[in-house]
Design a protein around this ligand. Structure first.
Ligand code: ZN
Length: 58
């Protein structure tokens, strides 16, 4: 049995008790994933130039 410390919530837990290693729970795993995604989206946002929709007059 190994005791780990969750990198998200800093809670000590048994590795055998978690199904979302190295996190203590699936919830913390998602939180960590969300942080990574936030960093990716944290870059300056440049909106793509959308061509104006052409009027479709049949
Ligand atoms: Zn946790």
């Amino acid at each position: 049995m190994a005791e780990l410390r969750c990198p998200v919530c800093d809670t000590p837990f048994e590795s055998s008790e978690s199904k979302a290693l190295p996190f203590c729970s699936e919830r913390c795993r998602r939180i960590d994933l969300g942080r990574w995604l936030d960093e990716g989206y944290g870059l300056p946002y440049e909106p793509e130039q959308q061509p104006p929709a052409e009027p479709d007059d049949d």
